[in-house]
Structures are given as structure tokens and as C-alpha cells.
Design a protein around this ligand. Sequence first.
Ligand code: ADP
Ligand code: MG
Length: 679
Amino acid sequence: MGAAHTPDEADDLVLSLRDVRKVYASGEAEVAALDGVSLDVRRGEFVAIVGTSGSGKSTLMNMIGCLDRPTSGTYHLVGHDVSAFDDTQRAEARSRYVGFIFQGFNLLARTSAVENVETPLLYLGVGHEERRARALRALDLVGLSGRVNNTPSQLSGGQQQRVAIARALVTNPALLLADEPTGNLDSRTTEEVLALLQWLNRERGVTLVMVTHEPDVAACASRVVTVRDGRIVSDVRNASPRRAGQRSEVDDATAEDALATLSAPLPEARAGMGWTMALTLAARSLLRSKLRAALTALGILIGIAAVVTMSAVGEGAKARVRTQMSALGANLLVVMPGGGMAGGARGAAGSVTSLTDDDAEAIAREVPTVSHVAPVLAANAQVVAGDQNASTRVTGTTPRYFAVRAWAASRGTLWDDDAVRAAQPVCAIGETVRKALFENVDAVGREMRVGRMTCTVVATLAPKGQSGFGQDNDDAVLMPISAFRAGITRLPNGQVNMVMVTARSADVVHRAQFGVTELLRQRHPVRAGEEDAFRVNNLSDIMSTFNEQMSLLSMVLLLVASISLLVGGIGVMNIMLVSVTERTREIGVRLAIGAQADDILTQFLFEAVMLAAVGGVVGLSLGYGAAAILGHVTKLAMTVPPTIAFFSVLVSCGLGVVFGYVPARRAAHLDPIDALRRE
Ligand code: ADP
Ligand code: MG
């Protein structure tokens, strides 16, 4: 029996259990899975733990492997009182002192042998190069130098278990803990694995504790401990262990070399898994189920693509309006009858068209901050010259209109006030109209038909180019307002469609606006509480009305996009929860071989973030693409604002964190014992 020992033997003590009890509450009664176990194991021992099913072997193994803590009693592992350790400390003790070998091998699927062997070092924060060197030497030691890049499915059962043994040895632990290591192997491979374990123990001084229910396997150990009903009922040395069969050849030089590498000290402070590793694991896991990842990321993808596209459209429209506004000049005021911008609807509700030539004259005469005033009548009409015809916008106005719009003649002379007084049938035509009717000839002096009237072209207008609201400024025919009334159409009582006004300078725009409003109120009084019969807008009013409408549109789109993002986020959470359930065993193995809760949390959180970020980045690219296509089609300058690009990636990562946290936490808080038991 190993209970009594002399002081100098104490240094050799790998583990020491004293009166350990583990009690489970099972319904009303309590079951003592371990009922006062005391056990010492010294360096270099090979102990087999045997017993019938339900005798407490697994509970004892979990205790020795620091996966569980005793209800009472103490447990020292290489001098540390592990029974007093918390979860984190026990995880660290596992990763430093214990190497686990499982019945079902528990290698990480689709991961090469060498990477499997490296995993415990990952959690200890060993650098990449040393990790690789140690893993390769550990594989040398188990005779698998030629199989380092094979994945578990490319290896036989015996080879897989040898990889698992290499993984257990790679941290040079004080103790190898094997739970039915040959339970899943045929008799020939059983011998091979036993021979390896025996060799490691005898020739290399590795301390081994192995649970088995097979007497044949137990016979290979140098000490057999029998457990029954949670108690040790016998503990016998085996002076002549059975020699297991052939082990695959590893020569002494290779073995010496390997052991020298493995016995190099590990980092003192546990660093945990780095960012790069977390990213690598996440990427690998997503690549493993590409279709699933793609479908999961779809919600976020659509949401981000929608936001990006719409913001580009919004920017494009705003930019175009800004260009047009600045082309018109900041001094412009537009006076319209009825409700102004919303005039259509209000006009229909009963307000009469009330602006007249006289109003325009009164403004010019009585508002000192105003420089030019032009009454405007407009209609769409067919224009014809020779065999060419076109449809255009015809405006009847006064010469002040040229000043208001800063419009000059490119050829000919613009008609003047005399033409207005005499209602001369003359017109100035925009570049678009000139091209349509007088492509290859000089337009000035020629006749053209405008609606039912015939008039003479006296000037062509300098091109203003395509601008705002999708309108072509050059698609215009300008004629004296009197001629317009005579030949095109007239409103009763000298009424006009609108009056365009320019303030003397940008500084007095608001004073001019106020002056015009006051004057028109005197001229068109309404009853108290009623709205004015006209509306005076300056360009920034028009601009802000437009911006308001754009913002409203943006809000609606943002709402739609948010819903899509929310659904996408829930999708991520859902798939991550499924993933945690599917990979419970993997999580258990990782926890057993040294991962801490934080490592598992990081791994799953990174996976969720990466999933969401992929959706975000692809969505962003699609948004850019859609904006480019729409820009090409609409000729709007569509640019994705850099802040939107930045925030969409940030938001998708944020969604990953928010919706990945619950699944990741669930994974991190799994009990390693339960997790390992799960199939
Ligand atoms: P073995 O591995 O030798 O088959 P175990 O250590 O698994 O035995 O179980 C020993 C006893 O403890 C059994 O009676 C079992 O039912 C009980 N037991 C083990 N784990 C639990 C648990 N988590 N909750 C309740 N009872 C348990
Ligand atoms: Mg068991």
C-alpha cells in the first residue's frame, strides 16, 4: 500500500488524495460516488484503476484530472492543494500537470495531427514556432513522424489514439490520465497502444493512471487499484506486469531528442489564446460549413447592402440638388401662389391663383432689398422648325428673367422690354432646343412654330447643362410674357404662375424674403387664422424641404434595414446556439486539455463576429456595386460616404458581439464533465 511513506519519498509524490468524498444528490437520497478515498501515486508509477460499472472509477478520474472538486477531503497534485482551487485555477492545473487520453480519442475533426497536438500549448500561450517544434517531437515519440499532416479521418484508430497520446505528452505533464484508452480499439491495436504506454512509463519515466475494465489491460500496469462502491477495496503491486506486444519502432536517439525538447520549461504566466489564433479558429470553423455560414450572414448582408445603397442614392440626389441650387444662385427667391412647395394639394383645396404682373411690379418698386423681379408663365409645348420637332418647356417672362437666372446669349441678341411692350413673337432658345431643331444651321433669324404661334428666334442661350431634379436647363424656349399670353395660353386678370426675385446680395436674402412676404400680405389679405395665398421660398427653404423629404426616406430605409439587421443578428445567434450544441464534446475536450472559460468564450465570440463581419463586408461590397450601377443608369454622382462604410462594418461586428455573446457564454459555462459525456 502506498499510504505510508518516508519524508524523502514525498518529493516523488505526484498525487495524493486524502479521505476524498464526492456526494451526488440523487432525488431524495444522496449517493456517495466516492466515499473516503485515499490514494498516493509516485513518479514513474503505472496505476490501473479497475472496478465494475458504477463503482466510481470515472468520478475518481475526474477528481484526479482536476475536472471535478471533492465534496470533502483534500487532493494534492504535485504539491498543490487542488481541492481549494477555483475553476480557473483548476483549468490551469489541468493544462500544466495533466495529459488526458480518452476512450474515444477526442481529436479535433478536420484538423491535422500536428495541430491537434499543438492545441494544449495554444492555451498556455506558447509561441507558434515552439508549439510546432514540440508537437512534432511529441509525434516522433509516438512513432507518427510520417503522419503529421493527416487529419483524424485519414488515420486508423490506433494512430488516432497515438496522436491523442502525443497531445497528452506535449506539455510534458506530471501525469498521464487515460480513461479506457483501448476501449475503442481492436485487440491488435490495443496491444500497440499499451506497448507505447508501457514504453513511455518504463523507459521514459512517464507517470500513468489508467482506468480500465479489462483485466488483460490492467495486467500491463505495475499497480492495480480496485474500486467498489466509491471505496478502494484493494491496491496491489504487480511485480511482473504483462509485456504488451509490438510497439512501432522509435529509436533511442529520436526519443532522447524528443524528450529533451518536451522537457523545456513552459511559459510561467498563462497567456491564453491570442487574437490571431482566435481568428484562425473562427475562420476554420466557418469554412467548415460554408453554406450555413453564407445563409446565416444573409440577413446582415441584405441590411448593410440596403443601407449602403440608399445612402449613396441620397448623397447623389443631394449633390445634384446642391449643384443646381448653386447654379441658380443663393440670392434667389421664388414666390408661388397657394401653398408654395406643397401648392398642388392646397391649390386643389380651393385657394385661387392670385399672383399677377402687378404683384411683380409692386415687389420691384417697393421692396428695396430686391434687385430683379421676373413674373413667369410656363407651359409645355410642341416646337417645330422645318421637318424637325420637339417637345419643350416654354416660359413667358420679362428680360429681368435673364438677369435672375444669369442667362446670356451665345449668339444673337436677347429680346428686350420693347419686345414685351409690343408683344413681339420672338424667342430665345436653349441649347437642347437648338440642337433638336437647328442642328446644322444658324438658328438666329429663323422662324419656328411654338404651339399654334409662329415666332422668330432672336438668340440662342449659353448652355447651362444638365442639373437638378432630373431637369435639363437647356430644354427651354423663353419669350416675352405678352407674346406668351397672346399665342400660347393666358390666365385671367394678368395672373402668373410664379414670380422669381433676386435679393441684392446673399446677406439680405432673408430681409428681402420678409419684405416680399409683408408686401404681398397687404396686397392679398386673408382672414385671421387662414394661410397666406402665396408662399415665398428662398433656396435654402427649398433645399431644406428637399432634405427633409430625403431624411424621411432615409428613416424609412433605416427602419427596414434595421429590421433586416435584427433578423440577421437573431440568425447568427440561432446558428451559434446550434453550433454550441453540436460541438459540446469539442468544448469538453478543449476544457479538459487546458482551455479556460475565457478561451472558449473568445473562440465562439470571434466566430459570431466573423460571421457577422463577413455579412457586413459582402453587403458593403454589394452596396458599392449597386450604387455604381444606379449611378451609371441615373447619371447621378453616387458615392458611398466613408463614414457609412466604416459604420456598416462596425455595426455588423457589433451585431456579432451582441448576438454571439449568449451562445458564447453558454459554451464557456459548460461543465467539462457533462460536455465530455455528451455524444
Ligand atoms: P463508473 O465510472 O465506475 O461506472 P461513476 O464514477 O460514473 O462510476 O459513478 C459512480 C456513482 O456515482 C454511480 O452510482 C453513479 O450513478 C453516480 N453518479 C456519477 N455521476 C453522477 C452525477 N453527475 N449525478 C448523480 N449521480 C452520479
Ligand atoms: Mg465510468
